[in-house]
Design a protein around this ligand. Structure first.
Ligand code: SAM
Length: 146
């Protein structure tokens, strides 16, 4: 699917107003007005707000092998896939540090969604240290080269 088809599918499946645009370098840009419902079904701190995953799924209907990185308590009924989190208590498919990803067969996945902690305050909640996003991106690309 190209970006135009993804955006068309998003509008068809969600029924939300046109708010996304493709750019020449294969990025989609836009603004989502999420309304006033920021409730998180799982009640997990920092979990995706209502409708967020549904919107992402509508953009990627063709992706069947999905990896949720920094998965927390992601709602797999909405967007099925495997999960990676550093916290074993959350029972992810893989317990791993996103900066290493030594235990994750990345080549099995055709879409990776990442929702890292965004601040020291967030990390305090998860009892983790702040991640280095460049290192995460490197671990995703290095492991893919294997
Ligand atoms: C913003 S929450 C994700 C919430 C998720 N999107 C949901 O809907 O429930 C961030 C998650 O990243 C995890 N985390 C923090 N540092 C990590 C690391 N270095 N590697 C993997 N997971 C990490 C935390 O345990 C937490 O569950």
């Amino acid at each position: 699917m190209n970006w135009e088809e993804r955006i068309a599918n998003y509008e068809k499946e969600t029924g939300y107003p046109k708010s996304l645009f493709g750019s020449n370098d294969s990025r989609i840009v836009g603004t989502w007005i999420m309304g006033n419902n920021y409730q998180v079904k799982s009640t997990y701190y920092g979990g995706y707000p209502a409708t967020y995953l549904k919107r992402i799924k509508a953009l990627f209907p063709d992706k069947k092998n999905v990896l949720h990185l920094f998965s927390g308590c992601v709602d797999l009924d909405i967007f099925p896939g495997d999960t990676v989190d550093i916290n074993a208590d959350l029972n992810p498919t893989y317990v791993d540090d996103a900066q290493k990803l030594e235990n994750v067969p990345l080549e099995n996945y055709d879409l990776i969604l990442a929702d890292p902690p965004y601040s020291i305050e967030d990390c305090d909640h998860y009892q983790t240290t702040m991640i280095n996003r460049n290192v995460v991106m490197r671990s995703l690309s290095n492991n893919n080269d294997k």
